[in-house]
Design a binder for this molecule. Structure first.
Ligand SMILES: [Zn+2]
Length: 333
């Protein structure tokens, strides 16, 4: 994996590492599994080495002045910048530096959260990692906060729908004679979520806050030139189409679910997966944190065929903005 002889990096040597010397590809974590994870990252040293390759694939850079002439202080697991004399570790300025938690617990948490199809609760994380609840809660929120899909507007055939999330199971009266959910605001801890999914592609989910219409959501989530948008018959979807986008709907009220290619089964499946994951993992969903739950869901869904999910999540964490615990718990609803 490295051009350097092993001894050069492993030995107690304060060397001068220039980008040219240590140029190497991003660490290879293809097909990560639990056994490989434990095998590769059971020591802090191995974790640090991995983070170093991920953070500086072209060689260590000073986080303060971007200098590339860096000395390695092996005994202290630190680097020393030759230009500005700043001494730093591989986790300096990243969220990994915020906790006194061993790196391997972070690694394990990232793996577990990324791999569990329906998410993992803070309580389960607590038991699995042998940490206290507060730490587990903090870890899962931190990791979730980094899971933000940076997506281009959706193209292709896109299905659009919205659903209600949260609160107690729906009262039967909230469902009409046809078994369809009634639209409109509901009291209590519920939120409406707007979703768009490109068939065979990515998903976009957003909490519909006051003043945000489905049309606003669609305008942001879907590319102007997407060839087709499929919805149900709801009046709010009228006149969605234009010259290069056809809009068709199935009429659920008339028991029509599929008409040729026109249906919303993909987004309906995503809703059921989302709801099962919320019920299974979180029990009491707080609408306040719904945005980050949706980000996590999106991340997992959009990376469902990514063999490098673990590496890419670690990369996202390295790049994530630091969010202090206080801010995290006080995040506005
Ligand atoms: Zn520097």
């Amino acid at each position: 994996m490295e051009d350097q002889p092993q001894g050069f990096l492993a030995g107690h040597l304060v060397g001068f590492l220039t980008p040219r010397q240590v140029k190497r590809p991003l660490p290879d974590t293809e097909g990560m599994n639990l056994v490989k994870l434990v095998d590769d990252f059971h020591s802090e040293d191995a974790c640090r080495k991995f983070l170093e390759g991920l953070r500086w694939p072209d060689g260590v850079r000073c986080p303060r002045c971007n200098g590339a002439t860096i000395s390695r202080i092996v005994e202290r697991d630190q680097f020393d910048c030759d230009s500005c004399r700043y001494q730093f570790s591989v986790t300096a300025g990243t969220i990994f530096n915020d906790t006194h938690l061993p790196l391997w617990k972070w690694f394990m948490a990232v793996y577990l959260i990324g791999e569990s199809k329906k998410g993992i609760s803070a309580n389960q994380l607590k038991r699995t990692l042998g940490v206290n609840y507060r730490t587990a809660w903090y870890l899962s929120h931190r990791i979730r906060a980094a899971m933000i899909s940076d997506l281009e507007p959706l193209l292709g055939t896109v299905e659009v729908d919205s659903t209600w999330i949260g609160g107690k199971p729906r009262h039967p009266a909230a469902v009409d004679a046809y078994g369809h959910r009634k639209r409109g605001p509901r009291p209590g801890r519920k939120a409406s979520v707007a979703g768009a999914v490109a068939r065979g592609g990515a998903i976009r989910l957003r909490v519909q806050r006051e003043g945000m219409t489905m049309r606003d959501f669609i305008g942001k989530a879907i590319a102007d030139k997407a060839p087709a948008i499929y919805t149900d018959e709801w009046a709010g979807y009228q006149k969605l189409g234009d010259a290069d986008t056809k809009h068709e709907s199935v009429n659920h009220h008339a028991y029509e679910w599929v008409r040729g290619d026109v249906h919303t089964n993909t987004i309906e499946s995503a809703w059921s997966l989302l709801k099962r994951s919320i019920i299974g993992s979180y029990h009491h969903l707080s609408v306040k944190h719904l945005d980050s739950y949706l980000d996590e869901f999106e991340w997992r869904y959009n990376n469902r065929r990514n063999d490098f999910l673990f590496r890419d999540t670690m990369l996202a964490l390295l790049r994530a903005e630091k969010m202090p615990y206080k801010e995290l718990i006080e995040r506005p609803a």
